[in-house]
Design a protein around this ligand. Structure first.
Ligand SMILES: Cc1cc2nc3c(=O)[nH]c(=O)nc-3n(C[C@H](O)[C@H](O)[C@H](O)COP(=O)(O)O)c2cc1C
Length: 206
């Protein structure tokens, strides 16, 4: 069964880690990176087959890293079977290049949290969430455009509600690693690990 979001103080991200991450994200946005919140999300299915794709980071707080998707997509099915995930962000233009790796468990956000985010999206994206059967076979482009047109018609003149199959996850980390590029290969690599409620860090050979 998929883990459901509940507040559990024991998995809280240490403020020091959160501050470092937020500062890097701000710097990455200021560095001219066009998609500073793009992150690779790796999931595995029940048989251990791994797949990965880019999703956008839509929030980070002491609970973890949030993204939104179609719960019925391939990744949604994988997360249902196997909530352990890995995230990876790479900011090429920042300093000498920075990578952040995160591992943990993806938990579904509460419905009201997904509602709030869905309501903040552009109308076109809201329509898209209804029209796209994410990860299913699309016979041709026309079929998709017809679905979009039908959804636009259906919701004309009223708010687009969030589809029940679309919402967020929060990745509650037990590992966060910062990798800082440097000239001549003297990279800095700092790994934070959580054991129970305690976060500790150590350096790793790059
Ligand atoms: C820059 C970028 C941002 C994306 N952001 C998201 C996102 O936030 N959520 C999402 O479900 N898919 C996003 N996608 C699409 C996914 O990479 C992927 O194609 C889709 O989620 C289907 O993946 P799946 O079949 O493994 O479930 C994004 C793709 C790119 C290139």
């Amino acid at each position: 069964m998929m883990a459901c979001a509940g507040h559990d103080a024991s998995t809280m991200l240490k403020p020091e880690i959160l501050d470092s991450f937020r500062q890097l994200l701000d710097e990455a946005a200021a560095s001219g990176d066009r998609e500073p919140t793009a992150m690779n999300l790796a999931t595995a299915d029940a048989a251990g087959r791994v797949s990965s794709r880019i999703v956008l980071l839509k929030g980070v707080d002491e609970r973890g890293f949030r993204f939104f998707t179609n719960y019925q997509s391939d990744k949604g099915a994988q997360l249902e079977a196997h909530p352990q995930v890995a995230l990876c962000l790479h900011w090429k233009q920042l300093r000498d290049g920075v990578q952040v790796r995160v591992e943990g468990v993806a938990r579904k956000l509460l419905e009201e949290e997904s509602d709030a985010y869905f309501a903040s999206r552009a109308r076109g994206s809201q329509i898209g969430a209804w029209a796209s059967l994410q990860s299913q076979t699309l016979p041709d482009r026309d079929t998709f455009e017809q679905r979009v047109a039908r959804c636009e018609q259906e919701y004309e003149g009223r708010e687009v509600p969030r589809p029940a199959h679309w919402g967020g996850f929060v990745v509650e980390p037990d590992m966060v690693e910062f990798w800082y590029g440097a000239q001549y290969r003297l990279h800095d690599r700092v790994r934070w690990s959580r054991h129970g409620q305690t976060w500790t860090h150590r350096l790793l050979y790059p």
